[in-house]
Design a protein around this ligand. Structure first.
Ligand code: ZN
Ligand code: ZN
Length: 79
């Protein structure tokens, strides 16, 4: 019996993870688009408790802010 890799979809807004087989593309709680893999390195999400990508360290919960994310940390703290 070979181990089967279970993948999860992850909501970057409320940190909810559901098995990929549930086929949820949007979070039922808040309507956020569920992550199906790491947006940085495309590595699948294999733990329902993951908050960071084990491959590249990407913070999953920051990805929803990607478009309006400010590069300058001083500007970010000023907000
Ligand atoms: Zn959510
Ligand atoms: Zn990654």
């Amino acid at each position: 019996m070979k181990p089967r890799m279970v993948k999860y979809h992850f909501c970057p807004c409320c940190h909810r993870a559901t098995p990929a087989q549930a086929d949820e593309h949007f979070c039922p709680n808040d309507g956020s688009k569920m992550l199906q893999n790491c947006p940085n390195c495309q590595r699948p999400i294999t733990s329902p408790y993951a908050r960071f990508c084990p491959g590249c360290g990407q913070n999953y919960s920051e990805t929803s802010l990607e478009s309006q994310r400010l590069e300058d940390p001083e500007l970010r703290s000023a907000l």
